[in-house]
Design a protein around this ligand. Structure first.
Ligand code: ARG
Ligand code: ZN
Length: 471
């Protein structure tokens, strides 16, 4: 997907475009897709349709090595293009021929093919690499969670740099084959279906396939000592869960929650329509990380999510993201409200279903529990800024905005919007403007001022989201 570019390099590129097309030389792809929150994330000039990752990982040393093969299409004449990656690369080939490459910045790889690519050309990009992901710190952080028995790649908005080269932005979605060889007794978990598992000479290779378009940050890899459970839904979809063998006292609560994934997904289908993928599950590695992540088809959970006993609410949240975030991905990182506001709101619906408080009660409680002078209200869920992307306000005020919408348009239109939206953009990308336009169309009501109040003002709205106050 092509974006308007805001980085200085783009000025030069647009000057070049002023030259008549016949005379224009192929130009370098930009080092970012032009997301204002993260100007260098993703890359310009090409679109990836498929990632094939064939890897070997040694848990003892955290050594990862292998080959990534990307199937891409040039979206402009390209003399050179970038990949986002932070491990050590030994060779790159483009359409079979060795390409020149150089690192630039902390996670950019500049690739110069032997022959420039013309707009519309297909490119097979083969990258051979190795590294110790836990040793790689970019901009002061690492998204690779080293565990006593291996490691896990799961983070948002960036996780791929630590394990595969990519066009790292949700605007460029692709299918994935992830094949990882690990020492016998260790397991490798990724997205989608487990196509096969083969053992030879002390190593076992796990072959995973994720067929539906998937954003780079939703691709995951976990290696460790896992107990893998396999089942099928009533409609025949594989349900594959994985629990670290070292969850200790968290083991029961983790299983009592994640084993309910199929039941919860079926319940969510009542609100969002048919589950968009061909497999499901969840995995809980032995990590001291404390967040969960909606990695596509198979969310990542932290043992900490189950510290106090079962937590079906977090399963509801991560599985709700399969529709709101994964199947329908954001266009830019500022659109995070569509992901988190609706995932949180699903938890409120689940609470209501469980007899633990209605969505309206939870909205009122959240509204009342933050005084007007609290910095909570300074965060605009519709444009929180990169530093506040995962601020509580994006979740809680974001879900209050959903309740306010419900009260404004009424239940009939609201549930039609809730179910229609994931169908409208299945497998694609959308932004907050697209959502508000869709809600107006379905409800037949003007909603600009409601969304402005709840999503775009740095102040506490006058009236809570309750029906008495809906204007
Ligand atoms: N999307 C995730 C969730 O709400 C949040 C991930 C936050 N990332 C982080 N590094 N804290 O489930
Ligand atoms: Zn979330």
């Amino acid at each position: 997907m092509r974006h308007r570019m805001i980085i200085p390099g783009a000025v030069a590129a647009s000057l070049l475009l002023a030259v008549p097309a016949s005379a224009a030389e192929p130009s370098p792809g930009t080092p970012g897709v032009g997301d204002p929150y993260y100007p260098e994330y993703g890359n310009g000039g090409y679109d990836v349709s498929h990632y094939d990752l064939r890897l070997t990982y040694q848990p003892k040393t955290d050594a990862l090595q292998g080959t990534a093969t990307l199937l891409a299409t040039a979206t402009q004449d390209l003399s050179r293009f970038n990949l986002d990656f932070a491990l050590d690369v030994s060779e790159i080939r483009v359409n079979g021929k060795k390409a020149k490459f150089a690192t630039s910045g902390a996670h950019e790889l500049e690739v110069t093919p032997a022959k420039p690519l013309a707009k519309g050309d297909k490119a097979t990009v083969v990258v051979r690499y190795k590294g110790v992901p836990s040793k790689v710190v970019v901009n002061g952080f690492t998204s690779w969670h080293r565990t006593p028995d291996g490691g896990v790649a799961a983070n948002e908005p960036e996780a791929a740099w630590w394990w595969f080269p990519s066009n790292d932005h949700p605007s460029d979605k692709a299918s994935y084959d992830v094949s990882v060889s690990v020492p016998d007794g260790t397991q490798a978990i990724s997205n989608g279906t487990l196509q096969s598992q083969t053992s030879r000479a002390g190593w076992t290779r796990y072959n995973w396939r994720s067929r539906a378009p998937q954003a780079t940050y939703l691709a995951t890899l976990a290696v460790g000592r896992f107990d893998i459970t396999k089942d099928r839904t009533d409609s025949g979809l594989p349900v594959i869960n994985a629990y670290s063998k070292d969850l200790g006292e968290h083991d029961g609560a983790a299983r009592a929650s994640v084993e309910r994934t199929a039941e919860i997904t079926e319940w969510l289908e009542g609100y969002f329509g048919k589950y968009p993928f061909d497999a499901m599950g969840g995995y809980v590695p032995n990590t001291d990380t404390t967040y969960a992540l909606e990695t596509q088809t198979r969310p990542f959970y932290s043992p900490d999510d189950f510290a106090d006993g079962s937590n079906t609410s977090v399963v509801v949240h991560e599985m709700a993201h399969q529709w709101y975030g994964d199947s329908v991905s954001l266009k830019g990182w500022k659109d995070i409200w569509i992901n988190e506001g609706f995932a949180r709101y699903s938890q409120w619906l689940w609470s209501e279903d469980q007899g633990e408080g209605t969505a309206q009660e939870l909205a009122d409680y959240a509204y009342a529990s933050h005084p007007a002078n609290e910095s909570f209200w300074k965060v605009k869920p519709g444009d929180p800024g990169p530093d506040n992307q995962f601020h509580r306000a994006v979740y809680d005020r974001g879900a209050m905005a959903v309740q306010a919408l419900r009260n404004k348009v009424g239940d009939k239109a609201f549930f039609k919007i809730l179910k229609g939206w994931p169908q409208q953009h299945a497998g694609g990308n959308a932004n907050v403007g697209d959502f508000t336009a869709y809600a107006e169309k379905v409800s037949g009501k003007p909603l600009a001022s409601l969304f402005d109040t709840w999503l775009f003002q740095p102040t506490k709205p006058e009236a809570p989201a309750g029906p008495r106050f809906a204007g």
